[in-house]
Design a protein around this ligand. Structure first.
Ligand code: FAD
Length: 578
């Protein structure tokens, strides 16, 4: 049998709905792998309508980002009628957005149509491409408006009722109300932003080489300013540096010495949320690469020509002429979430607060996951009396070590800060907390001694970072709670209630940190790994490649991303301005 006829047979062996396509392009022929399982075609609308008429609880999910897609992926939809609303009909793998800005990977390689994701649920999840304009918590409905801007006929606005609402709308760029930022800066939050940046970089080069420009004008056009020395700003600076020095200098040799990349950071170091070894490595690498890092500087305003910066140490105001500016200084709450917060009495907060079970505080049956919310962790000191009473089983007014041991698992489950405190104090045994200030073992403590023993634990409370890792874990956690909702009423799996009786249905959400990367260009990366491990250099870049390839949401995007990386290695990045 020839190879061709063998492949023919193999292909015909698969149903049209389950394909493994193998085509790899190498010198006009080749191999590329694609595999996607689609168990059935879309369910007819009549079936969906039928489901709606059954007594399934209605779940409305806002957003198609990290938090919501991981929620949808694992949700058992046999007991829920699920509708998803988002202005974006795709999921974007945001950690690779900086790579899109310079064409290291293509935009379409990092997105997955949301209909592909929900199709796996046999067509029973409905998706509406629209933005939620208002959450009406009192009437348990959301108001939505189509974002399809065209001459297509039909109403644009609609409303959806819910029994449970999952808010996963992410956050928006924080400009800190700095004048000129919205008008003159690029952001790097969405796929469209990355595509715009890619075009602007090329524009700067094309403009800089036009005849009859002075050298100073060429220099200004090729000055790229990045405001924000966090992971996104640093990764973009590194990508841009590679793009310029590996590809563009060959195409625009006459201006290669005029290019300048500046990173403006208000703190004392770039990557200051990382281990100090990583931020030092990054600063040294940028210094070697000729990327100017201006720490301790605050941007006062941006115009089409200049960035005005205040140098904190000298109080001096400096103006930097620029070709383009990328603003990457963190995130803030979206207006629709702010409006919702006003309705439910959270108007004085900056970020929507949930409890440890991701339920929005002050609102029934609404959950919030991902960047749009923060967990308001309960303090041990708020419950200290109740904990003491629950532990003091013989009601003697003092707590013995044995009584404390009986309750400690529930305390550790309910208040994660206790474990962090034990780690920070390097205490191996929880009962060591009861020791007196000189470290002497105490057999029992009264309420005052107990308060003293736990007085420091709340200082370990930290809010979780706004990352994809947190958002995805919250989505998975919440779908698990939804799937076991009925079961948990009979067999609750959470800690005991210190105030009240019985147990909580579920354990509170607990974030597990798997480490974080910082790609620094030139095939070098830094990584902070669990267990206080830090890894830097070329091998870490290869670890980055493998982790990011494995984390892709589908085989389709995995293959596209890996083939983009391969293409870049062989042919370099494409500098066409399209
Ligand atoms: P998003 O992923 O932002 O999704 C929000 C969703 O809500 C979107 O679908 C949006 O269209 C939709 N939406 C918005 N408004 C409405 C509305 N009114 N109605 C309905 N839907 C709405 N994190 C990491 O852990 N590692 C990284 O390496 C990393 N790199 C990053 C690089 C960049 C350039 C950026 C921008 C972020 C990066 N992050 C990284 C952070 C990570 O992307 C976010 O923390 C994560 O996307 C948060 O997920 P989310 O689901 O809360 O929000």
């Amino acid at each position: 049998m020839t190879i061709v006829s063998y492949l023919n047979r193999a292909f015909n062996g698969f149903s049209s709905s389950s394909k493994l396509l193998v085509v790899f392009s190498l010198s006009g022929g080749g191999l590329l792998g694609y595999s996607e399982t689609q168990p059935n075609g879309p369910t007819p609308t009549s079936n969906i309508e039928h489901e709606r008429l059954t007594n399934k609880k209605k779940v409305v999910v806002l957003g198609t980002g990290w938090a919501s897609t991981s929620f949808l992926k694992d949700l058992d939809i046999s007991s829920y009628d699920v509708q998803v609303v988002s202005p974006r009909n795709y999921f974007a793998f945001t950690p690779l957005l900086p790579s899109v800005t310079c064409g290291t990977v293509e935009a379409r390689s990092i997105v997955e149509p949301v209909r592909n994701i929900i199709k796996k649920k046999n067509g029973e999840i409905q998706f509406w491409e629209a933005e939620c304009t208002k959450i009406d918590a009192a009437n348990k409905k959301v108001l939505c408006r189509s974002v399809i801007n065209s001459n297509l006929v039909g109403k644009e606005e609609f409303s959806l009722d819910y029994d449970y609402l999952v808010v996963a709308t992410g956050a928006e760029v924080n400009t800190f109300n700095t004048p000129g930022v919205t008008e003159y800066c690029h952001f790097l939050k969405e796929v469209e932003d990355a595509q715009k940046i890619r075009r602007s970089v090329i524009d700067c080069f094309e403009k800089a080489i036009l005849p009859e420009l002075t050298e100073e004008e060429r220099r200004i056009n090729l000055h790229f300013v990045i405001v924000g020395g966090g992971p996104t700003g640093v990764e973009f600076a590194a990508e841009l540096h590679d793009f310029v020095h590996e590809d563009l200098v060959k195409l625009y040799p006459m201006v290669k010495d005029l290019v300048r990349i500046s990173v403006i950071q208000s703190g004392d170091h770039i990557l200051n949320t990382y281990d100090s070894r990583i931020s030092t490595f990054a600063e040294q690498k940028f210094a070697r690469d000729g990327i100017d890092v201006h720490t301790g500087c605050r941007v006062l305003g941006v115009s089409d020509k200049e960035v005005n910066v205040k140098v904190k140490s000298s109080g001096e105001n400096v103006s930097m002429p620029h070709g383009m500016v990328v603003w990457s200084t963190g995130v803030s709450t979206r207006p629709i979430v702010k409006d919702f917060m006003d309705q439910i009495g959270q108007g004085n907060r900056k970020i929507l607060a949930t409890d440890e079970w991701l339920r929005v505080k002050g609102c029934e049956n609404v959950y919030a996951i991902g960047d749009c919310a923060t967990i308001d962790q309960r303090k041990v000191m708020e419950d200290i009396g109740a904990i003491f009473n629950a532990a003091d089983t013989d009601k003697s007014g003092t707590l013995t070590v044995e009584e404390f041991q009986d309750i400690i698992d529930d305390i550790l489950m309910r208040y994660p800060q206790v474990e962090l405190h034990l780690q920070s104090k390097r205490l191996s045994n929880v009962t060591d907390l009861l020791n007196d200030t000189d470290g002497n073992v105490r057999k029992e403590v009264d309420i005052e001694g107990f308060k003293l023993a736990l007085s420091e634990v709340d200082s370990q409370m930290k809010s979780l970072p706004a990352t994809a890792q947190v958002a995805a874990q919250q989505g998975t956690y919440l779908s698990n709670c939804f799937n076991k909702r009925e079961l948990a009423k009979i067999t609750p799996e959470g800690p005991r209630r210190f105030k009240g009786t019985g147990r909580h249905g579920f354990c509170p959400f607990r974030y597990k940190h798997f480490g974080q990367f910082a790609p620094l260009g030139g095939e070098q990366a830094a990584a902070e790994l669990p267990g206080d491990w830090v890894s830097v250099g070329r091998s870490t870049q290869w670890l980055w490649y493998s982790v990011y390839a494995s984390k892709q949401v589908s085989w389709r995007t995995r293959v596209l991303v890996v083939s983009d990386w391969t293409r870049r290695f062989i042919f370099g990045r494409d500098s066409s301005r399209i």
